[in-house]
Write a protein that binds this ligand. Structure first.
Ligand SMILES: Cc1cc2nc3c(=O)[nH]c(=O)nc-3n(C[C@H](O)[C@H](O)[C@H](O)COP(=O)(O)OP(=O)(O)OC[C@H]3O[C@@H](n4cnc5c(N)ncnc54)[C@H](O)[C@@H]3O)c2cc1C
Length: 274
């Protein structure tokens, strides 16, 4: 079986599948390093740890990844801290992690602060969140409407823009709600950065029998007569009974154009960055 992509999803799948002994698992990763969006880099050789390309943390209720970390013997890497969450406004940082601190923020009127607080409290504590409906609503429009334009544009829009760039208006409310609903005051980090977790996961997958090929982009996937799939690599082709693809939907549609048209249309309709 081939797994395309050596990010966290591909490596976790490889680890799980290899342990079943039902498959010989080969992971193909295009870049020279594993970890995908969660990978780290070393700006200088002297850096003790790699730094994530994008800032990452875990919530302390992210049970799946925390349990996986322990299962692969990397529990000692996990550190839990209580960082101070701040809002950066006009060159200054304002602590924003308790209602009292929000009330002390000097650049919003009391009415705007109360309105913002009510909306955040509603997203966080309403016990029957209609998250399926949130999936159809846009965070930008919804927050501006209910929180009010002043607070939204001053504090929340810059955060959405910072994370999603020019696509920030297209982000659905379910994403924003999940960040508020699930957030824990304490956050988890890996000693050695997320790259340390990725490396431990890759080791665990290999110890379970998976083989990992970096710098090996899959160019195309085609079906074989009689079943199975052909992976077209730069210098060779390989044959597999099954292929698990963890790259972005649009890339997958381009990589496997033989998939049924209705499925390709679904893949193309899923927007992703990168
Ligand atoms: C700015 C930012 C902040 C984030 N913060 C957090 C956070 O704090 N906490 C959290 O839990 N999550 C966070 N995430 C989300 C998290 O990084 C992703 O959910 C996760 O890393 C996705 O893993 P993946 O394996 O699904 O995909 P990816 O990481 O995208 O992996 C896909 C892999 O496929 C490879 N690939 C692509 N094309 C090919 C090809 N043709 N052949 C072979 N390989 C190929 C890529 O190189 C990549 O390694 C954040 C994401 C971003 C962008």
């Amino acid at each position: 079986m081939a797994v395309i992509g050596g990010g966290v999803a591909g490596l976790t799948a490889a680890y799980d599948l290899a342990r079943t002994d039902a498959f010989d698992v080969h992971v193909y990763e295009a870049s020279g390093e594993l970890g995908g969006l969660a990978a780290g880099f070393k700006g200088r050789a002297a850096w003790e740890w790699p730094l994530e390309k994008f800032y990452h943390h875990l919530f302390t209720n992210d049970d799946a990844i925390i349990n996986l970390t322990k299962e692969i013997g990397a529990g000692h890497l996990l550190e839990i801290h209580r960082p101070t969450t701040v809002m950066h406004y006009q060159g200054r940082n304002y602590p924003f992690d308790t209602p009292a601190r929000v009330l002390r923020f000097p650049h919003l009127s009391l009415v705007n602060k109360l309105r913002m607080g009510l909306i955040i409290a509603w997203l966080r504590y309403y016990p029957w969140p209609p998250w399926r409906r949130y999936d159809k609503l846009l965070a930008d429009a919804w927050l501006e409407r209910w929180m009010g334009p002043t607070s939204y544009r001053m504090l929340w829009q810059p955060m959405l823009e910072g994370k999603f760039g020019p696509h920030y208006r297209e982000v659905n409310l379910a994403w924003f709600w999940a960040r508020i609903y699930k957030r824990t005051p304490q956050l988890g980090y890996y000693r050695g950065g997320f790259q340390a977790f990725v490396d431990a996961l890759a080791r665990a997958a290999e110890q379970s029998g998976a083989r990992i090929f970096t710098r090996t982009p899959v160019q195309r996937v085609t079906s074989q007569e009689g079943g199975g799939w052909t992976l077209h690599l730069a210098d060779r082709t390989e044959f597999y009974d099954k292929v698990l693809c963890t790259v972005s939907p649009d890339l997958m549609a381009r990589m496997a154009p033989e998939l049924p048209e209705s499925y390709l249309a679904q893949l193309r309709s899923l927007k992703s960055m990168g």
